[in-house]
Design a protein around this ligand. Structure first.
Ligand SMILES: Cc1cc2nc3c(=O)[nH]c(=O)nc-3n(C[C@H](O)[C@H](O)[C@H](O)COP(=O)(O)OP(=O)(O)OC[C@H]3O[C@@H](n4cnc5c(N)ncnc54)[C@H](O)[C@@H]3O)c2cc1C
Ligand code: SF4
Length: 336
């Protein structure tokens, strides 16, 4: 084991001021400690933020919620306001990890958890994210879990968070604090980076920038919220493909669709092509299929993950149809 210094932060200012170059904040530790044991991460200093006071959920004047970064995944999923008005977020959280992990995992840590690419976690394999310039083992390797959208020739890893996919559909905002006292509000859709040109840069935060809160805007009135996750087993597995939908229909027409995808890209994928195509479109299986195909038109399979393209198409269509209250139609009948 490599030695490291440990400091428990006494407050947010103390946390950002005491973090040294090469150090890391640690919250629940459910991702960072695993990576340290594997030797993928080796910070010389840990600043423990698990006792900071931001562990509450408050209502905002605008009808939304302000969620402290230290709120656990369990507490957020169980909050009665979240369950009633943002059920998408609750079901995305409950689809992730296990109850024990969700008790420890925090809102801030969940957003910044790192990819589960097997090559990234194996020091014996090349990985441009872990060791820039060393190559990408997954491109020509076993890439079943890897991305089909937003990839580069240098990295095809996926972002693993379910919660971040729901927050992307819900258009959440991340509030941060920096060492010099500055704070900023950042749309979650701008938090994570694509791997081109630098796979090792995963988000736009500065090294010592602390996530303090996540703000949820009020959800659209009367919208259906659905999170669907396809995975290899019914629990305790990351998404092969996931779809987060907030859909408001009036009569047979879509008025507003907010859609994000997980398991398919290096960041929670904001499905802008679907949203644009569905604005004021008929709420039918045919429009949903056309929108899904537009979103997936740039998708690139790398062999083992080719199946994700038709899987994503099916999951998008069935999730939108369920949100619109349509009767189930087998996909094979739609694509005849
Ligand atoms: C076996 C297993 C299965 C899992 N399955 C799923 C799954 O299906 N879906 C899913 O979404 N997740 C899954 N997870 C991931 C789990 O949700 C994350 O590990 C957890 O959310 C990370 O939160 P944490 O507080 O423990 O983060 P930590 O491990 O403490 O930190 C993670 C990273 O975030 C940084 N960080 C933490 N808090 C802050 C902050 N406030 N400001 C700035 N930086 C911060 C840390 O420096 C570190 O780099 C799984 C994990 C395991 C171990
Ligand atoms: S996909 Fe990305 S994380 Fe995985 S081996 Fe390639 S460069 Fe590394």
């Amino acid at each position: 084991m490599r030695p490291f210094a440990y400091r428990r932060a006494e407050g947010p200012d103390d946390a950002v001021r005491s973090l040294e170059t090469g150090g890391r904040f640690i919250a629940g530790g459910t991702n960072l400690l695993d990576l340290m044991k594997l030797g993928v991460e080796h910070p010389h200093q840990l600043v423990d933020i698990a006792r900071l006071p931001n562990d509450a959920i408050h209502e905002t004047d605008a009808g939304g919620l302000r969620i402290g970064a230290r709120v656990s995944n369990t507490a957020l999923a169980a909050d009665p306001r979240v369950r009633r008005r943002w059920p998408l977020l609750s079901s995305a959280l409950l689809s992730g990890a296990s109850p024990q992990l969700r008790n420890k995992a925090t809102t801030g840590g969940n957003l910044l958890q790192r990819t589960r690419c097997e090559y990234f976690q194996d020091l014996g394999r090349p990985c441009n994210k872990r060791a820039p310039g060393s190559g990408c083992g997954a491109l020509e390797g076993y890439n079943r879990n890897h991305a089909i959208l937003g990839t580069s020739e240098h990295c095809i890893a996926t972002h693993p968070s379910d919660m971040a996919v729901a927050l992307t559909a819900l258009d959440a905002v991340v509030e941060t604090r920096m060492r010099d006292g500055r704070t900023r509000s950042l749309p979650i859709r701008e938090l994570h980076c694509l791997p081109d040109p630098r796979p090792e840069v995963e988000h736009v935060l500065e090294h010592d920038e602390l996530i303090e809160q996540v703000v949820l805007p009020a959800p659209p009135d009367g919208a259906a919220h659905i999170y669907r996750k396809a995975r290899d087993r019914a629990s305790y597995a990351f998404a092969l493909v996931s779809v987060a939908v907030v859909l408001r229909t009036v009569g047979d027409e879509v008025r507003e669709a907010r859609v994000a995808l997980g398991g398919v890209a290096p960041k929670p994928w904001h499905a802008t092509r679907i949203e644009e195509r569905l604005r004021n479109a008929p709420a039918t299986h045919e429009s949903f299929l056309e929108a899904a195909r537009a979103e997936l038109a740039p998708a690139i399979g790398r062999g083992h993950n080719d199946f994700k393209v038709p899987l994503a198409e099916r999951l998008i269509v069935t999730t939108l149809a369920e949100a619109a209250g349509l009767a189930h139609v087998p996909h094979r009948e739609l694509i005849r």
